[in-house]
Design a protein around this ligand. Structure first.
Ligand code: ADP
Length: 281
């Protein structure tokens, strides 16, 4: 359905792809929900207590009783994934990362994954139709609060999302923009490793795995993302400034944009926590 919206909003775009990724994305969701396992919670607890400075129980209900629908924006490497995974431990919010969804489809060699593979490796954006279709499937499986990380990244994607949410009378609650200095980001990219099936992200300096090269929870190998190299990163950053940054104006004009700035994720997270704290009971 979202693909139809994007076609309406952007007549030149191709028809959306079929929905043959639903099963894969469902599997992806299950992997993500496994992040709330006690092993993961224990593994991350110390880092989060330091970041937050106080204990915090998982919060389920929003103050207005309506599920939270939130976007996290920011340059590549600004820490969107790190903040999403921390949010999930304090608030009952399902996080969907467009990059994780794509990487999983690529790893599983689904039709969408095969279509996306080269663009992702080069650091180019995949087509709006492709990513809109994948995100539509993903959101269709979520009943409660959710946050999107990495989507939308272009104006047609933002318009497609708006149309879909409008159709079900579920407008966005908030859009949070992470502002981090670019030299910090470049450093972070080079040191970043990921566990592809779950999307868990490690950093060799700030958040190293307990055993080098191995995921803390599953013991499976970690990968250095093929697009985490300086050349691909420069392309992604350029693309971000040209194509994604204009979304900030789009959401500011709608009155839903909040920017949070800091040199590290640890500095930004308490601000983000306080911001969400006001929205939950
Ligand atoms: P980063 O934020 O570090 O660039 P992501 O994991 O969000 O990493 O994205 C990795 C890659 O996946 C992007 O470089 C792009 O190729 C693709 N991608 C992710 N989200 C989108 C999107 N919304 N639209 C188009 N391509 C996307």
């Amino acid at each position: 359905m979202l693909g139809r919206f994007i076609s309406q909003n952007n007549g030149g775009l191709r028809q959306t792809l079929g929905r043959n990724n639903g099963a894969r994305v469902g599997a992806a969701s299950r992997c993500q929900s496994s992040l709330s396992s006690s092993a993961t919670a224990a593994a991350d607890e110390s880092a989060d207590s330091v970041a937050l400075g106080r204990p915090s129980p998982l919060r389920h209900r929003t103050r207005d009783g309506v599920p939270l629908r939130m976007l996290i924006l920011g340059a590549p490497g600004a820490g969107k994934g790190t903040q999403s995974s921390r949010i999930r431990k304090h608030f009952d919010i399902t996080a969907v990362s467009s990059g994780d969804v794509l990487r999983r489809n690529i790893a599983e060699q689904t039709p969408s994954g095969l279509l996306a593979k080269e663009a992702v490796a080069r650091g180019d954006l995949v087509s709006d139709d492709l990513i809109v279709s994948l995100i539509e499937s993903e959101l269709g499986t979520i009943a409660g609060s959710w946050l999107l990380d990495g989507f939308p990244r272009t104006l047609p994607q933002a318009q497609a999302l708006d149309s879909m949410l409008l159709a079900t009378n579920q407008p966005l609650s908030t859009v949070v923009n992470l502002v981090v200095p670019e030299d910090t980001i470049l450093n972070r990219i080079v040191e970043r490793y990921v566990h592809v099936p779950s999307g868990r992200v490690y950093n060799l300096t700030y958040n190293p795995p307990r055993v080098p090269g191995v995921d803390d929870v599953t013991g499976e190998p970690l990968e250095h993302r093929p697009d985490d190299n300086p050349e691909s990163f420069r392309r992604r950053l350029k693309q971000y400034h040209a194509v994604t940054e204009p979304l900030l104006e789009y959401y500011a004009a709608k009155g839903v944009l909040t920017s949070l700035a800091g040199p590290t994720s640890d500095v930004i997270f308490p601000q983000l926590y306080d911001y969400l704290d006001d929205k939950f009971e």
